[in-house]
Ligand binder design. Structure first.
Ligand SMILES: [Zn+2]
Length: 107
């Protein structure tokens, strides 16, 4: 038996969630940091979130991150993400089908 190779998630649910997370962070950065492109801090948060999603152990069956029993985010990123979601959540409801955002904000 060789070492177990962990394959990143590439399913449609994960992709969709990445899209939404990216938009939320971009919106937050644009309105709070007044940037056209993500500032270093927000880019870092986005990259981190993408990585966590890619290697989420639940893959396509994942629930909302905030509902998850496995808290895979480091504390510092969790706090940042909470702030972003609280800020961008209401905006996202205007632009996106309720269900996808609800899923994400479910808590
Ligand atoms: Zn920013």
């Amino acid at each position: 038996m060789g070492a177990r190779v962990i394959q990143p998630n590439v399913g449609p649910n994960i992709q969709k969630e990445k899209e939404i997370v990216k938009e939320m962070i971009e919106l937050y950065c644009r309105k709070k940091h007044h940037r056209d492109t993500l500032c270093k801090e927000c880019l870092d948060l986005k990259n981190y979130a993408f990585l966590r999603l890619s290697f989420c152990r639940f893959g396509e069956d994942k629930t909302a991150c905030s509902n998850c029993t496995v808290h895979c985010y480091k504390q510092v990123y969790r706090e940042k993400m909470k702030v972003v979601m609280r800020y961008s959540g209401p905006w996202m409801l205007l632009y996106h089908p309720i269900y996808s955002v609800k899923h994400l904000l479910n808590r």
